[in-house]
Design a protein around this ligand. Structure first.
Ligand code: ADP
Length: 392
């Protein structure tokens, strides 16, 4: 497939225009329904974003568009992702209220923690969703997310990794899991498996190399789909933790995710220098506003072990993240050194913590997994908002 040329954009849009939009009667491209079109050698894919109420109407359209793409010259793989963000359903738990009585302020507070919409939910059969976030890009957030997920799996937990970094998905590269996901009988995507993890990435659904411009709602409905339309676990084998590699920053996409998903907690990754720490404070404050507990702050690229055997070299300074954690009253989860083997392991798709658990970085990830795992077991996190039962 690699020697096939990338298809011509105009030709693909013309193919998609021959599939009609049931609402407007126009072709899909003319109706503006072809979003985030990505083209690569022998492959084409796009997002079909519709209103939640229209999801059923457009399911056959998605199939027709995929079939049309597959029939187009030079296309061997086609993927059309139907994104329709479902209205959040209220989570279990009950508040009993007498008919005609006013809700006590206590009951009201229980029903909706401030800053978080009712019904922030977890995917089915997932005990905890853990966000790995950073105030800015390039600080090693994905490196920490992947190695922390593997380390949590090494502690015997059933772990999933959702790479939600729409700006630069890296889980496929960092874990070597690059196959196209398939669907099960319930039309749920089956996550890929590698390093003891169940893995799903936005990079498996769209072209990793293609630059993407995401509108906020489109990105959040794609994320919603990856949370809820993926078979993360089932009754027989539920997931203990789903680690979500968040997009960097504190914009709309991150805020939506923090509000919509019942996150048990967040781990914030930073490098030691002040410019990065300013963004950490912003990140911590976003999670605080949405009532997501900060399980800790990690200092990545904290030091470079001195090859001559002396004092470690503090290339970006040292201790800034620890001091910030203390100032913010958040746990400090440890320091990850600058390690060429860690960078190499990421590029080779072989997470370092599995390859070299005794290395300094490997031990730091395992210790981090221990602390985070215990915090999750202790039940750090939000209680789901209760259901209201009216009693006569
Ligand atoms: P982010 O997700 O914050 O954008 P990444 O995890 O993709 O950052 O890391 C950016 C680059 O830095 C990658 O090439 C990664 O391998 C490398 N890297 C991250 N942490 C370290 C480290 N502690 N030592 C060496 N290289 C690192």
């Amino acid at each position: 497939m690699a020697d096939l040329p990338s298809p011509d954009r105009a030709a693909i849009l013309a193919v998609l225009d021959r599939v009609s939009d049931p609402k407007s009667g126009l072709g899909l491209a003319s109706a503006g329904l072809v979003q985030a079109l990505t083209l690569g050698p022998g492959r084409a894919g796009f997002m079909l974003e519709v209103e939640p109420a229209d999801a059923d109407l457009y399911a056959p359209v998605r199939d027709a568009a995929e079939a049309a793409l597959r029939a187009a010259p030079g296309i061997e793989r086609a993927s059309v992702v139907l994104t329709a963000s479902a209205e959040p359903r209220p989570a279990p738990g009950t508040v009993r209220v007498r008919r005609g009585a006013r809700l006590s302020s206590e009951a009201q507070a229980q029903m909706q923690p401030a800053g978080r919409p009712p019904g922030a939910q977890k995917p089915a059969h997932v005990a905890h969703v853990l966000a790995v976030a950073s105030g800015k890009g390039g600080v090693g957030k994905s490196t920490v997310a992947v190695n922390l997920a593997v380390a949590l799996a090494m502690t015997g937990r059933c772990v999933g990794l959702l790479d939600a970094d729409v700006y630069g998905p890296s889980a496929p590269r960092m874990t070597g899991a690059g196959d196209e996901p398939t669907m099960n009988a319930d039309k749920k995507l089956i996550p890929l498996e590698a390093w003891g993890l169940k893995i799903m990435s936005i990079g498996l659904l769209v072209d990793e190399a293609a630059p993407m411009i995401w509108r906020g709602p489109m990105a959040s409905s794609a994320l919603n789909q990856m949370l809820n339309d993926v078979a993360w676990g089932d009754e027989a084998e539920p997931l203990d933790v789903l680690v979500v590699d968040m997009p960097p920053g504190t914009g709309d996409i991150q805020l939506t995710l923090a509000q919509r998903v019942a996150l048990s907690g967040a781990v914030v990754v930073s490098t030691p220098q002040e410019v990065a720490l300013i963004d950490v404070r912003r990140g911590v404050s976003m999670f605080e506003k949405t009532h997501v507990p900060i399980l800790g702050i990690v200092e990545n690229m904290a030091y470079f072990p001195n090859p001559a055997g002396g004092e470690p070299i503090a290339i970006f300074g040292r201790g800034g993240a620890r001091a910030t954690a203390e100032a913010l009253g958040a746990p400090f989860l440890g320091e990850i050194p600058i390690d060429i083997a860690l960078r190499q392991a990421c590029d080779d798709g072989r997470p370092l913590v599995a390859q070299a658990p005794d290395s300094e970085a490997g031990r730091a990830f395992l210790a981090m997994a221990e602390t985070v795992g215990e915090a999750l077991d202790r039940g750090a996190g939000l209680k789901p908002p209760p259901r209201i039962v009216i009693e006569d």
